[in-house]
Design a protein around this ligand. Sequence first.
Ligand SMILES: [Zn+2]
Length: 228
Amino acid sequence: MKKFNDPTSPQRGAVCFTFDDYHGENWLKALPLLKKYDAHVTFFIVGEITPEKLSVMKQLRAAGHSVGLHSLLHGDANGPDGVEAYFEKQVKPQLDICNANNFPIRCFAYPNNRHDDVTDPFFFQYFDYLRAGVGKTKPVPVYPVDSLPEKLVLGGSGIGTYYNSEVSLLKEKLAHAAETDTLLVFFSHDIAPGAEHIHMPLEWLEELLQYARSINLRVVGAEDLATI
Ligand SMILES: [Zn+2]
């Protein structure tokens, strides 16, 4: 396997680590680790945007990370009510508070990764980047980093014991993204030492960030994608 561990060699490929729902306290605790590896990630916020939450969102973005929305009640965007009613009920209340506080939002993660050919164009009216799952309800393309479209669906796969993740296999995916100069996307939720289920163990995150650095793979937030 080719290695890109020469620090003077150009960066190749990119990985977006994304974290969903809301784990403000632990996400803030993970900031020093992310900083240690010059890594940017993306956080997708669920629920009412309270002043406390907004303060955490501001701290995350001030540290260089991307912050997007994940709906008020975690309902499926392609549910029976239709996408317009869904947006009014579950997304607009979050967006309005962010806009009123001069906190621009460009990204949205579909709750339960549910989306379809109706939701994507509708949501692209409001957001540039939509995080979904890889092939959960609809397959998403793999993008070469040098030709990313202005608006795109980021198809992620889950990291955590629930997803049967193995760090060695995750590293192989990172290596593949670097070798093929493509964009790779993952999602998880909380970040904590020894975390299980749908959450990211802090130790895994560090191992992956260390590896990404060793192969000169960019670790970027969704808001960085237009400029890499
Ligand atoms: Zn979620």
